[in-house]
Design a protein around this ligand. Structure first.
Ligand SMILES: NC(=O)c1ccc[n+]([C@@H]2O[C@H](COP(=O)([O-])OP(=O)(O)OC[C@H]3O[C@@H](n4cnc5c(N)ncnc54)[C@H](OP(=O)(O)O)[C@@H]3O)[C@@H](O)[C@H]2O)c1
Length: 334
């Protein structure tokens, strides 16, 4: 077998359209970097679906290999930091966005992008959490650090049947929070209750179309993954001193709001960016996912699986908002 050769999903622009194919590649095609990782697992996140379909806000140049998550084994480390054979997680920074990502049997990245697999997680489970699970935990940490305790009141989770939303719901419930989940999928309600949601409401119920700048105080905290009118309504219905985290734009990048929730109720809107985060904070969040905040059982029950060629059918479905839970991508043949 040629050890320089491996398979990767390549996205190419052809005649104005973006086409995806699993291709044979060679190590010398990979970008410069210290560490070569043999990737066993990746996962499909919303950002991957955008990158795979030519969204220039995510990926500037094509051909490109998406995959913002990569979990595998170090094959070579020119920096001398990691021994060959070390199990590692690589995510965040520019992986899969503008750097050759985890939908590939090999990646080459800077050594400081590579984190040893946290104790308590298998490679498969780490990839199943992936960026979605990490972002859910990062958002919940923001609530905790801003004094939104389980006793403070109800927490709203939007886009709840998606990856970030499902994992956030399960972790919050485990920590004792009372969760109201917003989902556009009626069929997801039972599963979300199974993850511990106290209440599931529809997207219509989560949007107030009036022009009132403030609504009845309802939420002590909000984990928003969708943006737009759902996020704006949530901010207007957040109680005094409450905290709203915003990580996504699955519905819209707009935020139609006045300043009144902020100046009359002291509501705090916290942006969550999982890509560029201090390394010690990143490791602390993974430690929580591997330990006290672990929801491995819920995670397993929300997991879909595919191999590299199988990602194709999920990409479009994800952009249409049709995916429930997480999609694990088995990358390298073991
Ligand atoms: N800032 C960061 O670092 C970071 C990290 C990870 C993810 N994100 C962002 O967070 C968002 C969620 O990511 P994900 O991986 O969880 O995606 P996902 O699995 O596709 O989930 C998104 C969910 O949003 C809801 N949704 C989709 N279209 C909608 C619409 N038009 N209106 C209202 N709700 C809609 C759907 O849930 P329901 O059907 O249940 O309503 C869908 O399942 C994405 O925007 C992603 O880019 C950001």
């Amino acid at each position: 077998m040629d050890t320089n050769s491996f398979r990767a999903l390549r996205v190419r622009e052809e005649g104005g359209a973006f086409v995806r194919e699993v291709e044979d590649c060679r190590l010398d095609e990979l970008p410069a970097g210290d560490v070569v990782v043999r990737v066993y697992y990746s996962s499909l996140n919303y950002k991957d679906a955008l990158s795979a379909t030519g969204n220039r806000g995510v990926t500037r140049n094509y051909p490109h290999t998406p995959g913002i998550d990569a979990v595998g084994i170090v094959e070579q480390d020119d920096s001398g930091t990691l021994a060959p054979g070390t199990e590692v997680v690589v995510h965040a920074h520019d992986l899969g966005a503008n750097v050759w990502g985890g939908f590939s049997e090999r990646i080459r990245v800077p050594a400081d992008w590579v984190m040893p697999l946290p104790t308590g997680l298998s490679m498969r489970t780490a990839a199943a959490y992936g960026t979605a699970g990490f972002t859910a935990a990062q958002s919940i940490l923001e609530l905790e650090e801003n004094d939104v305790s389980p006793e403070a009141g109800q927490v709203l989770v939007t886009g709840a049947s998606g990856g970030v939303g499902s994992i956030a719901t399960a972790i919050l419930a485990k920590l004792g929070y009372s969760v109201t989940a917003v989902s556009g999928k009626q069929e997801a309600a039972e599963r979300l209750r199974g993850f511990g949601a106290a209440e599931v409401i529809s997207r219509d119920e989560a949007v107030d179309g009036s022009s009132r700048p403030l609504l009845k105080s309802r939420w002590a905290g909000v984990i928003d993954t969708v943006g737009g009118p759902i996020l704006a309504t949530a901010v207007r219905a957040t109680a005094h001193g409450g905290v709203v985290t915003a990580c996504g734009n699955a519905a819209s990048g707009d935020l139609p709001l006045t300043v009144y929730p902020f100046i009359l109720r002291g509501v705090r809107l916290v942006g969550v960016d999982s890509a560029w985060i201090a390394e010690d904070r990143r490791r602390a969040i993974w430690k929580r996912l591997a330990g006290r905040w672990s929801v491995h059982e819920a995670l397993e029950s929300m997991l879909n699986e595919t191999d590299l060629p199988g990602t194709e059918e999920w990409i479009v479905r994800m952009l249409e908002g049709g995916v429930q839970g997480r999609l694990l991508v088995r990358v390298a043949a073991s």
